[in-house]
Design a protein around this ligand. Structure first.
Ligand code: ADP
Ligand code: MG
Length: 446
């Protein structure tokens, strides 16, 4: 979170001001929705107040909610008070802000994804109805429930909503949300540490298993078998299973026939892109929590610009909000929205129209001083594997190439390897400033 605050500051504030006002500031702690910040001088408080967008925007991006802040200044505190505060500081260091907000609670559920804030539309009506039915009578209606559809359309949201709803009715229900990759990781760790019993106790005694993105399930024999057995154990005792994927079960080449056929025992249902009215409704809900005013023609404009992905729609709204605040605008007009979205598009589309996989590979190889043949070759030492992951990530991110096609372009690697690389780098992009810098510098070359 703090990295993102300073990064935003860097982008929006001149270098001198940045060094004077921003750099010396310290994150003390984040308590609930309040960020406690320690400045070296009380004089700088005013400046920080004017930059409060940094906190709100980073709060939105990282935690999905707006944060407020309290400012403290070293020169205004007695040494006693200062000691107290900086002892919180030590806590903040060890349990960094990231871990406070995103530390996986045992059931893996995110409380902000609920039915109440899921907007119904023609593209998701049946799936929403099925999800509500499953939450109402788990194990008793559609089992398993298999939801498929493109990225950013609300599959994960619905899954969490089912889990949260069931826990509301029955707080002692054993619920677990897990991505397919984490299921695999859990399994691998359990075998390595000789804790299979533990693993099976966790997974086979659930009342509800929410397994996200099964297209990323590893095709390794052991994990597949374990998953098959887990599925059977749960199904046999009448526990509810919900699965999601970006494709129909029959197209899951990573999983075996006997498992895929079980997926179709219950209900398979899809989510498609939101229509205009749905996008408007989503924007209305999301803009309500903003301190700015969004006239409906502005929302209509945004809804017209982004038409296929709700995650991008949210991103666009955040972007517009940020630009409006940066310009001191409180009633957001279309002009501001279009300015904000223009720069968003410029950054991605325009300059990338003639970008190819080969160009990305060359640029990455060049940047890390390795050869092209090493980049796509079989070698695995870190100095080569890491740039390779970066290159795969960039191809996926900038060109949207499919995982198998990326695998082919990198010397015939499996799509799960590409997936792993992509996730690795995505995760690092959230926390690792070195990786962020590398990616930035490489992107700038295009
Ligand atoms: P998926 O898992 O299909 O890739 P997500 O469930 O992660 O997509 O949704 C992406 C974002 O869009 C989330 O923030 C989610 O809350 C939001 N979202 C998606 N569909 C809706 C909807 N119908 N109503 C409200 N928010 C939605
Ligand atoms: Mg998802």
């Amino acid at each position: 979170f703090w990295d993102r605050v300073t990064e935003l500051a860097h982008q929006n504030i001149g270098q001198q001001a940045f060094e004077f006002f921003i750099e010396p500031a310290q994150l003390l702690s984040i308590e609930k929705d309040v960020v406690n910040i320690l400045l070296d001088s009380g004089m700088k408080k005013d400046y920080w107040r004017k930059q409060s967008d940094l906190i709100t925007t980073a709060g939105f991006e990282i935690f999905g909610r707006p944060l407020t802040y309290s400012l403290y200044a070293k020169d205004e505190l007695s040494s006693n008070e200062l000691n107290k505060l900086t002892s919180i500081d030590n806590v903040a260091e060890t349990t960094s802000s990231e871990t406070i907000a995103t530390a996986p609670i045992a059931n893996g559920l995110n409380e902000k994804y609920i039915f109440e804030n899921f907007v119904q539309g023609p593209g998701n009506r049946w799936t929403l109805a099925a999800a509500v039915a499953v939450a109402d009578k788990p194990g008793d209606t559609y089992n398993p429930l298999f939801i498929y559809g493109g990225a950013g359309l609300g599959k994960t949201h619905l899954m969490h909503a089912i889990g949260n709803e069931i826990l509301k009715d029955n707080p002692t229900a054993k619920v677990k949300y897990v991505s397919s990759e984490n299921f695999v990781n859990d399994y691998v760790n359990a075998t390595r540490k000789n804790q299979m019993e533990n693993f099976e106790n966790t997974y086979r005694n659930l009342d509800l298993l929410l397994l996200d993105d099964v297209q990323f399930f590893s095709d390794k024999e052991g994990t597949k078998t374990e998953f098959f057995n887990t599925f059977n154990a749960l199904y046999d005792k009448g526990a509810q299973i919900v699965l999601t994927s970006d494709r129909i079960p029959q197209e899951l080449n990573n999983l075996e026939e006997r498992l895929v056929s079980r997926f179709s025992w219950g209900l398979t249902t899809d989510i498609t892109a939101p229509d205009y009215e749905t996008r408007m409704a989503i924007l209305l809900i999301k803009s309500e929590s903003s301190r700015l005013e969004f006239p409906s023609e502005t929302l209509s404009y945004i809804a017209g610009q982004i038409d296929s992905n709700v995650r991008e729609l949210e991103g666009a709204l955040n972007r517009v909000e940020f630009v409006a605040k940066a310009n001191g605008i409180t009633v957001v007009d279309i002009e501001t929205a279009s300015q904000a979205l223009r720069s968003l598009k410029n950054a991605t589309q325009q300059s990338l129209s003639n970008l190819t996989i080969k160009k990305i590979q060359d640029e990455v190889a060049n940047y890390y001083h390795i050869s092209f043949s090493d980049l796509v070759g079989p070698k695995r030492p870190k100095e080569i594997a890491f740039p390779r992951q970066i290159a795969m990530y960039l191809v996926r991110e900038l060109l949207g190439t499919s995982l198998p096609a990326i695998g082919t372009a990198f010397g015939g690697r499996d799509h799960t390897t590409v997936m792993y690389a992509y996730r690795q780098i995505s995760d690092k992009m959230k926390t690792d400033i070195e990786v962020q810098k590398d990616i930035d510098s490489i992107k700038r070359k295009f």
